[in-house]
Design a binder for this molecule. Structure first.
Ligand code: C5P
Length: 298
């Protein structure tokens, strides 16, 4: 199991609570192949977690059920939240009558391609596996995770992995990306299904990009990989969300290149050798463009 980043120091016999950190991810590269009969597209992507995290606290509830309380950034509550659904699925699988309070401190923006909801769900699975003493293996959790969403299994194998299939076939990588990350967070979200719907498959182009990415993945050179900015979903995302295309163009107009898109968007990012340059850009960009910026690391 990867670092679930569980802190159960607050646990006592009668009142156990478990604190989990759920990191966001960036796609270092994302190649999309053709749509499959099941409606999903075949992917080849390298994902890596970053320092931006949500936080979940699990504790026993006096009342039966799964009680989710959200704080921080706006996000759906109750059954509409992947956390609730992951807890419910795990309870069914483990034949548990749940009685759990889940406090969510939401810091990762929704609909930003940062995998926040998927990461929350994976952390919840890992935490409740421990909390309910189910002792399920990572493979068993991954099967449940895949039912929740294509990105969820990755977070069980984080921090860095090559993901294929519809995203749920995970090969963890030993290589790491050492560059500093600047996140550029626009005030709009890009629903994943919309972006995929507007994707036009070009087999020759996808195969070429996959070959280019695979050469660097094989040598473990993830610093070079991320600087190529390979993302087949960038075009359909920018075509559909014109204000986002404008933001990218404006940031590049200030002299920062390349500006990449993570996943299906809407988060843009750039990477740097030195944290000082990242901090300078983090300060400069919002003076000209209506976005939030955040400096973090892989
Ligand atoms: O699996 P997830 O719920 O994240 O997928 C959201 C939507 O994104 C899917 O309903 C599908 O339209 C699209 N998708 C896809 N191919 C993938 C992953 C997602 O077409 N590999």
């Amino acid at each position: 199991m990867p670092e679930p980043i569980v802190d159960d120091s607050q646990a006592t016999q009668s009142h156990k609570s478990v604190v989990l950190r759920a990191p966001a991810k960036l796609n270092l590269s994302l190649v999309v192949h053709g749509p499959q009969p099941n409606g999903f597209h075949q992917l080849e992507t390298v994902m890596a977690t970053i320092g931006l995290c949500d936080e979940l606290t699990l504790s026993f509830s006096e009342q039966a059920g799964i009680h989710l309380h959200c704080h921080g950034r706006d996000c759906p509550g109750g059954e509409d939240n992947l956390i609730w659904r992951s807890a419910n699925l795990l309870a069914q699988f483990g034949k548990i009558e749940p009685a759990v309070d889940i406090e969510l401190q939401k810091r990762i923006p929704l609909g930003g391609g940062l995998g926040g909801g998927s990461s929350d769900a994976a952390s919840c699975l890992m935490g409740l596996n421990q909390f309910w003493n189910l002792n399920l293996s990572r493979q068993e959790l991954a099967k449940i995770a895949a039912k929740l969403g294509s990105d969820v299994p990755f977070f069980l194998y984080a921090p860095v992995a090559h993901c294929t299939g519809r995203g749920e076939i995970i090969e963890p990588l030993d290589a790491r990306c050492t560059r500093t990350v600047l996140l550029i967070l626009p005030k709009l979200s890009a629903p994943t299904a919309n972006v995929f719907r507007h994707y036009r498959y070009d087999a020759e182009q996808s195969n070429l990009l996959a070959q280019q990415a695979n050469r660097l993945i094989q040598t473990g050179d993830l610093d070079s990989l991320v600087q190529l900015g390979i993302n087949n979903l960038a075009r359909p995302c920018f075509e559909q969300f014109e204000p986002l295309r404008q933001i990218k163009e404006d940031v590049e107009g200030l002299g920062l290149k390349p500006v990449c898109l993570t996943g299906s968007g809407s988060t843009l990012f750039a990477t740097f050798d030195h944290v000082d340059s990242a901090n300078e850009w983090a300060e400069k960009i919002p003076q000209h463009i209506d976005v939030e910026t955040l400096v973090t690391h892989f």
